[in-house]
Design a protein around this ligand. Sequence first.
Ligand code: G6P
Length: 579
Amino acid sequence: MCGIIGYIGGRNASQIVLGGLENLEYRGYDSVGMAVTDPARDGTDIRRAVGEVSELTEEYDIIALDGTTGIGHTRWATHGSVSEHNAHPHTCCTERVSIVHNGIIKNYEEIAERLESHEFSSETDSEVIAHFLGEQLRNGTSLHDAIQQFAVQAEGTYAVVAVDTETGELFGFKHGSPLAVGIGDDEYFIGSDVHAFGEHTQDVVFLEDNDYVILDLDGPAFHHTEDGPVEKEITTVDESAVGNGKGDYDHHMLKEIHEQPDALYRLQESLNRSQHEKVERFVELLQENNKVLFTAAGTSYHATLLGVYYLQKAGIEAQTLISSEFQNYERVDEDTLLIAVSQSGETRDTLDAIEYSQERGAEIASIVNMPHSAIQRESTVSLEIQAGKEVAVAATKTFSNTVLTLLHLAVAAGYDGQIGNISEHMRSVIQENEPRIQELAAELADEDDMYVIGRGSTYPVSREIALKLKEVPYIHAEGMMGGELKHGTLALIEDGTPVFALVPEEDDEIVSNVHEVEARGGNVIHISPYYGDFDIPEDRDAFPLYATTLGFLLSYHLGRERGCPIDKPRNLAKTVTVR
Ligand code: G6P
């Protein structure tokens, strides 16, 4: 994954790069680093540290670094351990070029072998990029030819931002990983996404594969490795999509859970108004194609399970598959509609499933949170879930808004569903139940295993709650179909084992599964409008959203009780741009 940023302009580059890295930290936080230089001087100051961005500022007086050109990197380790020498930026041993990289260069060893006079100082695949470019430029190759040569030789995925210390030029190129250029007033930014520089400018150019850009104080020059100079369109992005900050909350996760009523309201309005035509087009595509397939990863995959459930109620047969396994299990053709669901709009496995389906003639639709993202750009029609920026690695409000989008689509396609006043009901679910959730978190804080059972529309909820219990408080949890319990997992139920039962209706079949657990001494906690301690509206179709939100709150408060790093769980990242 990794977040990368570059800046060239008249201001202190270290300050801007630092701010950008803080905004990109959700892409990885194993290590961090930056390089700062100036066209007026030779050489580059490089500072790197293991851990989060704050480690860099604790170890060094970053702001004192002098220079108006800078690059920075926040890492999610793929090749090479988490250590300072593997942290980016990497510099060619000639010191001509420093680079930051997001992606994986698969044939880095092969390229490195051809650079035999070069001394490597890390175990990363990325370092080879610095030596390759440094070697080319030292031999008098133009920057254009050096980038083109790299594109010919490199296999894998990359978004690279680099600085040529001799000319002071900042440049970036990409294949398979995202890269966006921000256009300011006599200053320019380049980064993994608009969050890298959104507080400075909202005028953005999104690079496509094999595009590259050379930035100096005269502005950006865009090129394509095969087509030469290219004109690129400037897009103005919505400021609300790039906003940041925790407000009065201790963590982004809690803030984002509490933002749900407003986010749901905003989404409902837009689906009924500004996105209404897109909804109609989406429904046409659902009805025109013989086969409807969803694909997604993580939390977005759980939302698609609900998508399948809701569409089936509208008489549309659909299936879903986790995007990393899509090509192993799915057959697609010209009569297939592929619906890619992704908060970031960038998940590599989901993009691969799209590419695979496009090659076989399928139509692509998507549901994303990030406007202008790669997945949206590949789609015939793309609905935006309008959740605003989500910073916590664990997705919360984006799950709810994705599910509401899917429910809205099913209703537009003919499902006789009842959505109700979902925004106000969500507000009361949070307000009325959070104190009880806090007590429960204190009671359960020492538990190491938990189970969540659901049926029908609550099976996806059970999976999502279990995922949150793993991610945030690091509790081993399983979400499963209530009917499956007796086929194995029941063997793990002992006296006091916590089992959350999702019971949307009074006579739901899950009740008999609850009895099976209680008979073995399990500690059943009902999430239901009818049983147990929680106050939940009798709103059948929106119940999955309310139940998941209680799971979000429980995971959050358990995380606090257990002293976990809530917004940045160990080993994870929010935007996953590697396979
Ligand atoms: C990562 C995030 C998850 C997210 C998943 C899919 O694993 O930590 O929260 O659900 O990627 O991301 P997407 O952006 O495609 O929804």
